[in-house]
Design a protein around this ligand. Structure first.
Ligand SMILES: Nc1ncnc2c1ncn2[C@@H]1O[C@H](COP(=O)(O)OP(=O)(O)O)[C@@H](O)[C@H]1O
Ligand SMILES: O=P(O)(O)OC[C@H]1O[C@](O)(COP(=O)(O)O)[C@@H](O)[C@@H]1O
Length: 325
């Protein structure tokens, strides 16, 4: 029996521990593990290799993905998916573990419909925006990187009596900015999911500045730069012109995607992968996604994951309401 692993879409910390656990767990179960390099592009081009322990030695603590990732236009075309299937056949691989987001799961669902290749999808994206799971691999590491950066920016902002606007990634989802705002003690949190009232925020901040406040920390989600809410440059302008405080912006960007995986992400990687392999070794016939809900793992269909848009938990949003008024 042969199972392959691949990483697809945006990389995240936790992918390397997952790849290591995949190889170790396959060998423990007397299954031949394969590595597909370069995501769906590599699958099309036949970048597939039988994995050895040496391939994954010493990668537990490394961010990113050793087998690399890609976004592929070609995979939308049947002709290239057929080529990809033939590459798998050459190695006798009929099962795949894919780490990625809902786009990657849709891709393998189509592949399963075309050629019957069994797969389990592991939610892996710093955005934490996949419907059906409360947690995606890589989120804890990204949040810790944001926390470290925000703590540092706060130090320098306080030294200059400045405001800082820190922009996080997340595409259209405000999860990273929201949790960071709550856990870093921000004064403002601007995300697409929360209505805000600049007049009321302004009154609150002016009062606090008059009472001796020395800095203002604002967390903004990148999804706000698409007309949904105030963008980073406009928030900087508002703070300087309306609130009267010198302001600097920090756009964290891809720094959030790298770095050593946290203990939590390493553990989640091990669990996600082991249960996925168990599932593929059982009489699993359809493609499915492993999700984490209420501290438990379960398997759901791709249709379920694609049926709705991810929504941030109401109670978390509630915690940040005082940061939008
Ligand atoms: N319906 C589909 N059919 C075939 N391939 C798809 C489909 N949807 C997505 N893909 C492939 O999945 C890749 C990854 O999806 P993307 O949305 O970029 O990342 P993520 O997996 O992080 O959501 C895309 O680049 C594309 O090659
Ligand atoms: O690395 P790129 O192609 O610039 O993409 C940036 C995007 O990827 C992400 O970092 C992760 O997104 P996915 O995991 O869905 O691919 C987003 O937060 C961000 O908007």
């Amino acid at each position: 029996m042969a199972i392959a692993i691949m990483t697809s879409g945006g990389d995240c910390a936790g992918m390397n521990p997952a790849i290591k656990q995949f190889v170790d767990y396959c060998y423990t179960n007397e299954v031949q593990p394969y590595l597909i390099y370069d995501g769906l592009e590599g699958l099309i081009d036949g970048a597939i290799k039988a994995a050895t322990y040496e391939d994954v030695a010493g990668i537990m603590h490394e961010g990113g993905t050793k087998i690399r990732s890609s976004r592929s236009k070609r995979f939308f075309e049947y002709e290239y998916r057929k080529q990809a299937f033939e590459n798998l056949q050459k190695h006798g691989i009929d099962k795949i573990v894919i780490l990625g987001g809902d786009g990657s799961f849709r891709a393998l669902n189509q592949f399963h419909k075309d050629f019957g290749v069994n797969f389990v999808g592991i939610p892996a994206t710093i955005d934490n925006d996949i419907y059906g799971t409360e947690y995606c691999l890589g989120v804890d590491t990204a949040l810790n990187i944001i926390r470290q950066a925000t703590d540092a920016v706060r130090d320098t902002s306080a030294s200059f009596r400045r405001a800082c606007v820190i922009e996080t990634m997340g595409r259209d989802c405000g999860y990273l900015a929201l949790v960071s705002a709550i856990t870093c003690g921000a004064e403002i949190c601007i995300i697409p999911e929360l209505e805000y009232d600049l007049d009321s925020i302004g009154k609150r901040l002016k009062g606090e500045l008059a009472n001796g406040r020395k800095y203002i920390v604002c967390l903004v989600a990148e999804g706000c730069n698409k007309d949904k809410c105030i963008s980073t440059p406009n928030l900087v302008r508002w703070l300087e012109e309306d609130i009267g405080i010198e302001t600097r912006a920090t756009i964290l960007g891809h720094v959030q995607r790298g770095g050593n995986p946290t203990v939590f992400d390493r553990l989640m990687a091990s669990e996600f992968v082991s249960y996925s392999i168990d599932k593929l070794l059982s009489d699993h016939k359809e493609g499915s996604v492993i999700v984490y809900k209420k501290s438990e793992f379960e398997f759901v269909s791709i249709e379920h994951v694609n049926s709705q848009k991810y929504k941030i938990r109401e109670d978390l949003l509630e915690l940040a309401k005082r940061l939008v008024n």
